[in-house]
Design a protein around this ligand. Structure first.
Ligand code: NDP
Length: 299
């Protein structure tokens, strides 16, 4: 998977805008019913500034905000790439299949289809959910066949989880695996990035700014500072550009207009291959994981 200008091409020939705007993390509002008008307004601004890739998920409870923002923005729905994710549940297992869950999400999103539908975590079992991982995947394939989902993928999957799906000889293979990925966490689970690339699966990075937002004071600080000076960019932009240069699609977010604009500006400069290597090498001397740290498959 490589970057073609401002998009990545997926294995199924669909394209995906190179930087995603997330509606989880700071916008996460599970259990809250009122519409977050701040998120709606920020999303409208982000879309109109050029952020045409919106990352949502059932568990974030932000489908209504995404739908509102798409209606209010100046950009046509067909020119916006919308991701949603099936939530299997943790303490409360989701007994609804991906097929039924997505149909419910589409009505909240006020959309006829999503561009990408991911299984949010691999924690699906017959015992817990009433269906296993392969059956969940088959349910997503039905959505692709019916045109309600353009591309299907996974999130937080290990090599073994993906192999379970690939071994079932699926009609539609997963084309994306969205994982935590940053210069301080270059493999969420062993060998996942290399395996994905070899199998035509695009890695999407969530938490790409962790080294700056949560783990400042590490070995990368001075490297980022000097590259930021050289290119007249911020250290966040250098980190996001590094993600892109490693063939991975960054999913980030911000509530601030200046930062939203700056994220889009990572598409107009390049790091040299030595600089990419330097960030990878220095970054790999420290490990910092923000998400799912208490789950044994990610040890
Ligand atoms: P990032 O690591 O890119 O962090 C974005 C946050 O960093 C924003 O809240 C922003 O805040 C802040 N920020 C940016 N630059 C700086 C800076 N220089 N100094 C201090 N703070 C800064 O991504 P997230 O971890 O937020 O994840 C992005 C998206 O990924 C989520 O919204 C969600 O859609 C997805 N995700 C998916 C998961 C999954 O399991 N599949 C798990 C987690 C996330 P500000 O508003 O102040 O600019």
């Amino acid at each position: 998977m490589s970057l073609h200008g401002k998009v990545f091409k997926l294995a199924n020939e669909h394209t995906i805008p190179a930087v995603g705007y997330g509606t989880g993390t700071k916008w996460y509002k599970a259990g809250v019913n009122e519409l977050d008008t701040n998120l709606v307004n920020t999303l409208v601004k982000a879309i109109d500034l050029g952020f045409t890739h919106i990352d949502g998920a059932e568990v974030y409870n932000t489908n209504e905000e995404i739908g509102e923002a798409i209606i209010k923005s100046k950009v046509k729905r067909d020119n916006i790439f919308v991701t949603s994710k099936y939530w299997p549940g943790v303490d409360e297992p989701n007994k609804q299949t991906p097929y039924d869950s997505l149909k419910a999400s589409l009505s909240k999103l006020k959309l006829e289809y999503v561009d990408l539908y991911l299984i949010h975590t691999p924690f699906i079992t017959k015992e817990k959910n009433g269906f296993d991982l392969v059956e969940a995947w088959n349910s997503i394939e039905k959505l692709v066949d019916e045109g309600l989902v353009k591309s299907a993928g996974v999130s937080n999957f290990t090599v073994e989880n993906i192999e379970t799906i690939l071994k079932s000889n699926p009609k539609h293979k997963p084309v994306v695996n969205q994982i935590e990925y940053s210069a301080y966490l270059q493999n969420q689970t062993p060998n996942i990035v290399k395996f994905a690339k070899e199998n035509g699966i695009l890695i999407e990075a969530y938490g790409p700014l962790g080294p700056l937002t949560k783990a400042k004071g590490g070995p990368l600080d001075s490297v980022l500072e000097s590259l930021a000076k050289k290119y007249n960019k911020t250290d966040s932009q250098i980190l996001l550009r590094w993600v892109l240069e490693t063939g991975v699609l960054p999913v980030t977010t911000s509530s601030k207009e200046e930062r939203i604009k700056s994220y889009l500006d990572i598409l107009n400069f390049e790091l040299t291959s030595d600089e990419v290597k330097q960030i990878s090498e220095v970054g790999s001397t420290k490990t910092y994981r923000q998400f799912f740290s208490n789950y044994s498959i990610y040890d």
